[in-house]
Design a protein. Structure first.
Length: 168
């Protein structure tokens, strides 16, 4: 069963009547989500580690990241669209429009950070890198493998939101 969570840049996340705001204290997160799957000094993981919440030195939320990609049980929606199901380039266009400011695109298609809305996306491969891999491995790559790799390359693996100025 897929869980749809609404991502509200510079605010937090919401689903049903539950809500987590950026800057909420760690104790409130435990009230809302319960005991984490894994709890580290500055991070807690939930939903089979498909959701990571990072805390600042005051133990308040500074970053929320969805780690599940297109096949995960958690599917973040942002600005009315499914962040992982929509084609990667379409989401980049939407985020650029909403950001209306500086974008860090220095990782050549693998990662984008939208400074004004504090949103970041990441993927392990791009369509171009998959095509390059095809040339290198040649006949050792099955059409099924290629289909899987292209599916992953055309969608984002992670989406994160942070407090204002997180990516600066």
């Amino acid at each position: 069963m897929k869980h749809i969570i609404e991502v509200l840049p510079l605010v937090g996340i919401a689903w049903g009547v539950k809500r987590i705001n950026l800057s909420d204290p760690k104790d409130k997160i435990k009230e809302v989500l319960g005991k984490p799957d894994s709890d580290r000094k500055n991070s807690s993981f939930y939903f089979n580690s498909e959701l990571r919440i990072d805390f600042n030195k005051n133990r308040c939320v500074e970053f929320i990241e969805f780690l599940s990609g297109i096949d995960g049980a958690i599917q973040p929606h942002i600005y009315g669209g499914d962040a992982f199901a929509v084609d990667a380039e379409i989401l980049i266009g939407i985020l650029r429009e909403k950001n209306a400011g500086m974008v860090d695109d220095s990782e050549m298609g693998y990662c984008y950070n939208f400074m004004d809305i504090s949103v970041g996306v990441y993927r392990e491969s791009t369509p171009e890198s998959v095509l390059e891999m095809m040339k290198e491995v040649g006949e050792d790559l099955t059409s099924e493998d290629l289909e899987i790799e292209l599916k992953k390359a055309n969608h984002w693996d992670t989406l994160g939101i942070g407090v204002k100025g997180y990516y600066l």
